[in-house]
Design a protein around this ligand. Structure first.
Ligand code: NAP
Length: 354
């Protein structure tokens, strides 16, 4: 199956994704999948398109080295590339959206996702914006178009939290969740427990490409709030935005609290949680969505997390509490999320064709 791809965004995640496609060539061959990266659009590093497929790994090296890959993108570049992509002869067309999170609105990513679905492409996204701001609309758009809108990389990198619930928990209702879902702040809190300054711990996450392009999104709790909104929208039909989440972040002044917590046998964690009070089908007003620092008892599963590790505890009706832990977060795991969403699309396309 020839799968034509358009990459909107070609930063840390987008570039790691094209290298992963290369590394997983044997797996793709065995699955009979031939991915062709036909188009790439960036913000400031140019755009490129070739029907026969670009040499995406070479272009990734060029952008990583500070080079541009083509003409400066205009306001209409993404629209034009989406139109070119779906006109291409391929069994499946996929837009891979990895532009930065715009916390205020989720735009322009939301409009791009909508446009791609309407044009007949599937969409996979590592960007939390669309699912945190417009999940209901985009899911409805995808249903109307008979296409997939998948976003496994939006929460806990490549660890399959959305897949887990969607594919393996039929009939299960998620009543609530709590987790440590931001790698940058967990790394900083862990480092501060050992006496490292806030600034150098944050700088390490920026160098690793794990912190958001604007790191205040991580340290002020916005990234975690967007993840809360994403989970609440997908699992609870909450229809909220990140702005509806009661939020506090972390700062250098929390170093003392982090060390004192350890001295008491506890851990200080930035906890993201959501629950719908009472009968949640009837009483959305009692919903509670928060991000904030909590001093956790040592036996709390969230207290075990060091560095970039994340964990999420789901409160469900049929399965009770389910905890999923990611011991080693990082860029390659987010790239894997895009890869796994791509394979989900291939599987569902095959089901449709058979
Ligand atoms: N990094 C992680 O570990 C991680 C983990 C989970 C989820 N995510 C999410 O994945 C997304 C990408 O993260 P990243 O680390 O790859 O970010 P990044 O390195 O900042 O890359 C963002 C890319 O988007 C491009 N871009 C910006 N505005 C654009 C526009 N209007 N149209 C087209 N392209 C545009 C940028 O181009 P220029 O550089 O030329 O401006 C760059 O290529 C973000 O939404 C992030 O929240 C990241």
């Amino acid at each position: 199956m020839r799968v034509a791809l358009l990459l909107l965004g070609f930063g840390h995640v987008g570039r790691r994704f094209v290298h992963l496609l290369e590394e997983q060539r044997a797996v793709l061959d065995a699955a009979g999948v031939t991915p062709v990266v036909a188009g790439i659009a960036t913000g400031r590093h140019g755009s490129a398109y070739l029907d026969a497929g670009l040499d995406a790994t070479r272009l990734a090296r060029e952008v990583a080295g500070g080079g541009a890959i083509g003409p400066t993108p205009s306001e209409h570049t993404a629209d034009q590339l989406i139109a070119q992509l779906v006109a291409l002869g391929a069994e499946t067309h996929v837009v891979v959206e990895t532009t930065p999170l715009v916390i205020e609105s989720g735009e322009p990513a939301i409009s791009r996702v909508r446009q791609a679905l309407r044009a007949g492409a599937h969409v996979v996204s590592a960007n939390k914006g669309p699912v945190a701001h417009a999940y209901d609309d985009l899911a409805a758009e995808a249903r109307r178009a008979g296409r997939e809108f998948l976003f496994e990389g939006a929460v806990m990198d490549g660890i399959p939290v959305f897949n887990l619930v969607r594919e393996t928990m039929p009939g299960v209702t998620v009543l609530g969740f709590r987790g440590v879902v931001n790698s940058t702040t967990n790394h900083i809190l862990t480092a501060m427990e050992h006496g490292e300054p806030f600034a150098s711990a944050l700088a390490r996450m920026q160098t690793a490409g794990v912190a958001e392009a604007d790191p205040s999104l991580d340290v002020d709790g916005w990234d975690a709030a967007a993840k809360v909104a994403a989970m609440a929208n997908v699992w609870m039909g909450a229809g909220i935005t990140p702005q509806a989440v009661a939020r506090t972040g972390i700062g250098p002044a929390d170093a003392e609290w982090a060390r004192e917590a350890v001295a008491r046998g506890h851990r200080l964690k930035l906890v993201a949680s959501g629950e719908l009070g009472g009968d949640f089908h009837e009483n959305r007003l009692r919903a509670h969505f928060t991000v904030g620092l909590e001093e956790l008892e040592a036996d709390d599963p969230l207290a075990q997390l060091d560095g970039q590790a994340n964990a999420l505890e789901l409160q469900t009706d049929l399965l009770g509490r389910v905890v999923i832990t990611q011991r080693d977060g990082g860029l390659e795991k987010t790239a894997f999320a895009l890869f796994s969403d791509l394979m989900t699309i291939v599987k569902s396309a095959r089901r449709r064709f058979s």
